[in-house]
Design a protein around this ligand. Structure first.
Ligand SMILES: NC(=O)c1ccc[n+]([C@@H]2O[C@H](COP(=O)([O-])OP(=O)(O)OC[C@H]3O[C@@H](n4cnc5c(N)ncnc54)[C@H](O)[C@@H]3O)[C@@H](O)[C@H]2O)c1
Length: 356
C-alpha cells in the first residue's frame, strides 16, 4: 500500500505541463489519471507522460480513478464545474487562475470546498516567486510604512493568444481576466490584502486580435489555436480602491499600439517603494539622500521555479494540513474585483464592492 498522494489532472493542455512536471519531481506524489474532453490531446499527453488511466469526462475520472487530489487546468469557464465536481467527490483541488468567470461561480466553488471539508487552492502563481517572498519580508519589517499606491502594467502589443482566450464564452473576458488577474492579486497580496471597496474600470475593443498584422508574433499559449473568435476586450484599465485608503491602478492588453510589450509592478509607501519587474529594486531615503537598493539575493523570475513552488505548496497543504497561501476566499475576492471592473466598464460608473 502506497501512502503517496494520488493526483488526477482535469484539462491536459498547455499549462498542465507545468503541473505534471512539478508533480513528477515529488517523491510523495503519484500521477494517476488524466482527463480531457479532447481525446487526441488526452492520448498525446498520456503517451508523453506514461499515464495509463485516461478519461474524457470528469465524472468518469472522479468515479473510477483512485485519486486524492486534482489540478483543474481547463479553460476558465469550466473551472467551476470541474472544481465543484471534484470537491463533491471528496478530492482536494488546485484550480488554475482565474478562479472562475464570475464571483457567483467562485462563491459556489468555495461553498463546495467548505461543505466537503476539502482544500480549494487557487493558482495565483506569482505569489510563489522569490520577489514576492522578499517584498513581504521587507513589508513585515515596516520598510514601506503606509503602503498607499500600487501600479502595474501587463501590456502586449500583439499578443492575443487566440483559441478560447478570445472566446468570451470560454474565457470570461480578455486581458483583464487572463493577465490583469495576476498583477491585481499580486499587488493586493503584497500590500497586505486590504479589502476592495470600489473600482472604476474601462475596457476597449478596438484592435481585436489584429487580423491585418502580417509579421505576427506567435503568442499562442493555448493548445487550441483556432483564430475564428474574438469577442473579448483588447485593453483594460482600472483603479481599485481599498478600505485602508490604498489604491491600485492596472492596465492589461492583448492588442495595443505601443512600442513594446511591458510588464511593471510597483508599490509605494510613506517610507519606501519597490519595483518588481524586470528586476527587484527598493527605493527609500537614507540620511537625507534618495537611495536605491539592489539586493544581492538572486531574485530573477524563474517561471519553472514559480510553478514548482506553487504545486509543492499544494501537496504540502494536502499532506500536512498547513495553511494555504492562496485559499478559495482570496480567489472570490479577486473575482469580486474583476466582475466589478467589467461592470464599471459597461456602465461608465464607479462600482461599489459589497460582500454578502
Ligand atoms: N498560472 C499561469 O501563469 C497560467 C498560464 C497559462 C494558463 N493558465 C490558466 O490555465 C488554464 C488552461 O490554459 P491553457 O493555456 O493550458 O489552455 P489549453 O487550451 O492549452 O488547455 C485547456 C484544456 O482543457 C480542456 N478542457 C476544457 N474543458 C474541459 C472539461 N470540462 N473537462 C476536461 N477538459 C477540458 C481542453 O480540451 C484543453 O485541452 C486557464 O484557466 C488559464 O488561465 C495559467
Amino acid at each position: 500500500m502506497s501512502n503517496k498522494i494520488k493526483i488526477g489532472i482535469i484539462g491536459v493542455g498547455s499549462i498542465s505541463h507545468e503541473h505534471i512536471q512539478a508533480y513528477k519531481k515529488m517523491p510523495n506524489v503519484e500521477l494517476v489519471a488524466f482527463c480531457d474532453i479532447n481525446p487526441d490531446q488526452l492520448q498525446k499527453m498520456a503517451e508523453q507522460y506514461g499515464v495509463k488511466e485516461t478519461f474524457t469526462t470528469k465524472e468518469e475520472m472522479l468515479e473510477k480513478a483512485d485519486i486524492d487530489a486534482v489540478s483543474v487546468c481547463t479553460w476558465n469557464a469550466a473551472h467551476a464545474e470541474c472544481a465543484i465536481a471534484a470537491l463533491n467527490a471528496g478530492k482536494h483541488v488546485l484550480c488554475e487562475k482565474p478562479m472562475a468567470t464570475s464571483v457567483e461561480e467562485g462563491k459556489a466553488m468555495k461553498e463546495a470546498a467548505d461543505k466537503n471539508g476539502k482544500l480549494l487552492m487557487i493558482g495565483f502563481v506569482r505569489r510563489f516567486g522569490n520577489d514576492a517572498r522578499i517584498i513581504t519580508d521587507f513589508r513585515d519589517n515596516d520598510f514601506f510604512g503606509d503602503m498607499y499606491y500600487g501600479k502595474a502594467t501587463y501590456l502586449r502589443r500583439n499578443g492575443n493568444p487566440g483559441g478560447w482566450f478570445g472566446d468570451k464564452s470560454r474565457s470570461g473576458g480578455g486581458p483583464l481576466i487572463d493577465l490583469g488577474v495576476h498583477v491585481i492579486d499580486l499587488l493586493n497580496y503584497l500590500m497586505g490584502q486590504p479589502k476592495p471597496i470600489s473600482v472604476y474600470g474601462a475596457t476597449f475593443q478596438k484592435l481585436f486580435d489584429r487580423p491585418t498584422i502580417k509579421d505576427s508574433v506567435d503568442y499562442s499559449s493555448s493548445t487550441a489555436n483556432e483564430k475564428n473568435i474574438c469577442d473579448v476586450e483588447d485593453l483594460a484599465s482600472a483603479m481599485i480602491r481599498f478600505d485602508n485608503g490604498a489604491v491600485i491602478s492596472i492596465e492589461a492588453s492583448f492588442s495595443l499600439n505601443l512600442k513594446q510589450d511591458e510588464g511593471t509592478i510597483e508599490m509605494f509607501g510613506t517610507k519606501g517603494g519597490a519595483r518588481l519587474n524586470p528586476s527587484l529594486e527598493l527605493y527609500t531615503d537614507m540620511n537625507g539622500y534618495m537611495t536605491d537598493i539592489q539586493l544581492k539575493t538572486p531574485t530573477a523570475l524563474d517561471m519553472n521555479g514559480l510553478f514548482y513552488n506553487e504545486i509543492k505548496h499544494f501537496v504540502d497543504c494536502v499532506a500536512n494540513g498547513i495553511d494555504c497561501l492562496t485559499p478559495a476566499e482570496d480567489g472570490v475576492t479577486i473575482m469580486r474585483i474583476l466582475d466589478a471592473i467589467y461592470e464599471s466598464a459597461e456602465t461608465g460608473h464607479e462600482v461599489l464592492i459589497k460582500e454578502d
